[in-house]
Design a protein around this ligand. Structure first.
Ligand code: F6P
Length: 195
């Protein structure tokens, strides 16, 4: 069965500052992951004739993919992180302090909550449909380098997890989730490349 490798980008400067959204570059730690991932992918796909690397259109995923050579790379806007609208670039603390009602509504119903001028998890799930169709169609392995909210939704689709769990699924940084779809169902393996 062909594998799908899911990973978040390497740690970004905004991750370090606790800022959501944005389009920052990688931190020093993120750059170490970038190199480890390239190494891992190279070994993992050594015997594959074809494969492709999918990223979002945001710098942090494109940079994370940059040292991987020998496979075509495709940028999908649909793989961009959840759009936090007016909260883009803020920390959770700042949202709690400056927009307490927004903070509370999100906490109450994280799946359906839509950031003002941004998106909800349900919006993200909907825009991922073409990506999922294309992933299902692939015969060769695909490495998907994306973001926390988007990968929660993608993972939930393949692991058959209920909708209401999606916003709470753990998708840590610097970890590769390998999904293999065979006749007997879906197999999953996690590779933690850094502490
Ligand atoms: O903090 C990293 C990040 O990818 C943000 O850009 C994004 O808003 C957030 O995670 C999504 O996670 P949650 O839905 O738990 O806020």
């Amino acid at each position: 069965p062909r594998p799908i490798l899911l990973t978040r980008h390497g740690e970004s400067r905004d991750n370090v500052r606790g800022r959501i959204g944005g389009d920052s570059v990688l931190s020093d730690t993120g750059e170490i992951y970038m190199k480890k991932l390239a190494n891992f992918v190279e070994k993992r796909l050594k015997n594959e004739r074809t494969a492709s690397i999918w990223t979002s259109t945001l710098q942090r995923t494109i940079l994370t993919a940059s040292p991987i050579v020998g496979f075509p790379k495709i940028q999908w806007r649909a793989l961009d992180e959840i759009n936090a609208g007016v909260c883009d670039g803020m920390t959770y603390e700042e949202i709690k302090k400056n927009m307490p009602e927004e903070y509370e509504s999100r906490k109450k119903d994280k799946l359906r909550y839509r950031y003002p001028r941004g998106e909800s998890y349900l919006d993200v799930i909907q825009r991922l449909e073409p990506v999922i169709i294309e992933l299902e169609r692939q015969r060769a392995p695909v490495v998907v380098i994306s973001h926390q909210a988007v990968l929660r939704a993608l993972y939930a689709y393949f692991a058959d997890r209920p909708l209401k769990e999606i916003p709470h699924i753990e998708v840590p940084l610097h970890t590769i989730i390998e999904i293999k779809m065979g006749v007997t169902g879906v197999q999953e393996k996690r590779y933690k490349l850094m502490d």
